[in-house]
Design a protein around this ligand. Sequence first.
Ligand SMILES: Cc1cc2nc3c(=O)[nH]c(=O)nc-3n(C[C@H](O)[C@H](O)[C@H](O)COP(=O)(O)OP(=O)(O)OC[C@H]3O[C@@H](n4cnc5c(N)ncnc54)[C@H](O)[C@@H]3O)c2cc1C
Length: 315
Amino acid sequence: MPGVLVFTETKDGKLTKTSREALSAARKLGAGDVAAFSNERGAADDAGRYGAKKLFVASIGPYSTETYAAALEQAVAKMQPSILLLGGTSNGRDLAPRIAARLNVGVASDVDRLEWTNGKLRARRPVYSGKAFATVEVSSTPAIATTRPNAFPAEEVGGGPAEVVEIAALSIQPKAKLIETKIPEAGELTIAEADIIVSGGRGLKEAANFSLIRDLAHAIGGSVGASRATVDAGWIDHQHQVGQTGRVVSPNLYIAAGVSGAIQHLAGMSSSKHIVAINRDPEAPIFRVADLGVVGDLFKIVPALTEEVKKAKTG
Ligand SMILES: Cc1cc2nc3c(=O)[nH]c(=O)nc-3n(C[C@H](O)[C@H](O)[C@H](O)COP(=O)(O)OP(=O)(O)OC[C@H]3O[C@@H](n4cnc5c(N)ncnc54)[C@H](O)[C@@H]3O)c2cc1C
């Protein structure tokens, strides 16, 4: 059986959580052997641990769409997989349609369920801002899909290092070049991969008050999220924005403070496993999706919660 090829990414030499999730999802499909693609040989150990038998390596440095698309296309040509999976990160979402267009095949994006039946890939994807689900079947070969971060569990299988297969150096001249890479502040996890997110909205009143959200996020081991209103106001960077025009997240715990819960915000977080909302307006729409709603002043509740978390950790 031709198997499944997974585009993976690394951080500090280790496979990212989204890549580990995509590898685990690939293995569970039962569509043959799993192989990974990486720009680092060092990913072989991790790739093997998460079920990859082979690792296609292209030494092409940091991400650039054109170089990576060309290298990934080579790996696809070598392996001839039935399925190509990419984690739904910025790079994965950038690469998937490009590679699909090159190969003239179909792609299902942002999927949260996958199934391989009768030689066809079936995928479930949230549509209409998360209000409904569409089940799609990709009938071309390879079938391509991007996996929603946090939707698939990452499970080690304890395999030895994946066998490394080098992809020959490419002589393409990319039209775009990387000028600068901005690393997020130390200790700040990206919201796409976080298990816990604490988000702040316009109820914070001003930029400086995001420190309340940061304090709680750091105490609880989570990332900082934000509504678009706060991003538009320049209180926080766009990379923190949750929602239709920000990131779609599915953490285990999503805490929203001073966020009204506009439909465009809900589109980005309503698939979170547990939602806690803090808002002084009992009619705020966020309460409709919350598992636990706290009606009150965030300026009292958030610091008190941070203190309790700190106490619980030390006690
Ligand atoms: C095309 C389009 C795309 C969009 N994409 C996004 C997106 O990706 N993400 C996104 O978030 N929005 C998006 N929006 C904007 C969205 O419609 C809302 O305007 C936005 O989400 C509101 O942000 P907010 O909840 O922070 O502010 P508000 O709606 O102003 O809500 C502030 C909340 O804080 C509460 N509050 C105030 N003071 C306190 C206090 N002391 N204690 C507790 N609670 C308090 C209020 O009761 C209120 O509910 C989009 C809009 C459009 C048209």
